[in-house]
Ligand binder design. Structure first.
Ligand SMILES: [Zn+2]
Ligand SMILES: [Zn+2]
Length: 331
């Protein structure tokens, strides 16, 4: 029976080292030795919960169950937010298993393991091979952050002719800039101040707008799509007039609060608010392939995979000082 080290949240928010023991590998189970894990904003939401944290994992296959078909010991794999689904419902059969009513996702299922750990056991069906162009540390933040922004652009068919706004330059935003610009879109970055302008332009933005203190946004051509990746809800009265007719807004940041949006501008302009989560597996694979093909890589800050290292990484993220994705690395 595989037994390994995991790192959990706790009632007082401190990170606790613990041990998880799983049954002997069954079906298409794969035992993975974790080599890197990204730190996502969603981990922060579970910091006070007694569960293993982390859902941007990469690692090496150590052992395979009896029904594993294509993965071999030593291969590099990653996993993200979803660990399993029923395989039979309409959503599963149409390649939208992220919306399966019986899906197993981070925070709801398999709370005894995660990517803040020495090892994990997941189904082969929900693991992704990492392209040779990406290191484990580079691939980790793509498993949730990359998949989230790619899914919004790809599942909802944002064309290469679109003018795409990215609000917020952080873990998600700095990846969204790269994906959207490599897809050929006209990318406008909206950020509070000018402090991240130079980096945003290097990542592929065509235009950068500092929004702080502005009561009106003069964008010239309006936005066909807007990805909200900032940690706080935006000033809708500022944003809605900048949206093109029949445009789409993706609120991608997880929040426990209600989304409060002015009513009439949506109706009169045909702007829609589109919910979107991580990518289903076929798009997740495509995302990794796209990242490899176009040299899309996260900018990372490394921390040791330990109680102290995880706490330090989470505090850095909380203080808004992460540039731009924290990655935990086993020592
Ligand atoms: Zn995440
Ligand atoms: Zn299903």
């Amino acid at each position: 029976m595989p037994s390994f080290t995991v790192y959990k949240g706790s009632h007082d928010g401190s990170i606790k080292k613990a041990q998880t023991t799983k049954p002997d590998l069954r079906g298409d189970d794969v035992l993975i030795r974790v080599t890197a894990s990204g730190l996502c904003g969603t981990d922060e939401h579970y910091r006070n919960v007694d569960m293993v944290l982390g859902h941007e994992g990469t690692g090496v296959v150590e052992a395979t169950g009896p029904d594993v078909k294509y993965l071999k010991k030593g291969q590099r794999v990653g996993w993200g937010y979803e660990h399993d689904s029923c395989g039979h419902c309409d959503q599963c059969l149409s390649g939208m298993e992220t919306f399966c009513p019986q899906r197993a996702i981070y925070g709801e299922a398999d709370l005894d393991q995660g990517s803040f750990a020495s090892h994990a056991v997941w189904r082969e069906a929900f693991l992704f091979q990492i392209p040779g162009e990406l290191t484990d540390k580079e691939a980790a933040p793509l498993m949730c952050g990359g998949a989230t922004v790619f899914n919004a652009l790809r599942m909802y068919n944002i064309p290469s002719t679109a003018r795409v706004g990215i609000m917020g330059v952080g873990g998600l935003g700095h990846l969204a800039i790269q994906f959207a610009s490599k897809m050929g879109c006209d990318v406008v970055v909206l950020s509070g101040t000018d402090s991240k302008k130079e980096e945003a332009m290097k990542l592929g933005a065509h235009e950068f707008i500092a929004t702080k203190g502005k009561s009106e946004l003069d964008l010239g051509r309006k936005l066909d799509a807007l990805l909200i990746t900032a940690s706080i809800q935006p000033d809708w009265k500022l944003l809605l007039p900048a949206m093109a007719p029949n445009s789409v807004i993706f609120p991608l940041t997880v929040s426990g609060n209600d989304l409060v949006v002015p009513y009439m501008p949506l109706i009169l302009n045909g702007t829609r608010i589109q919910g979107s989560i991580v990518a289903p597996r076929h798009l997740h694979r495509e995302m990794l392939q796209f990242a490899a093909q176009h040299s899309i890589k996260p900018m990372i800050q490394e921390f040791p995979m330990s109680e102290d290292g995880i706490a330090k990484a989470m505090n850095t993220l909380n203080e808004g000082k992460m540039r731009y994705r924290g990655v935990l690395v086993p020592q």
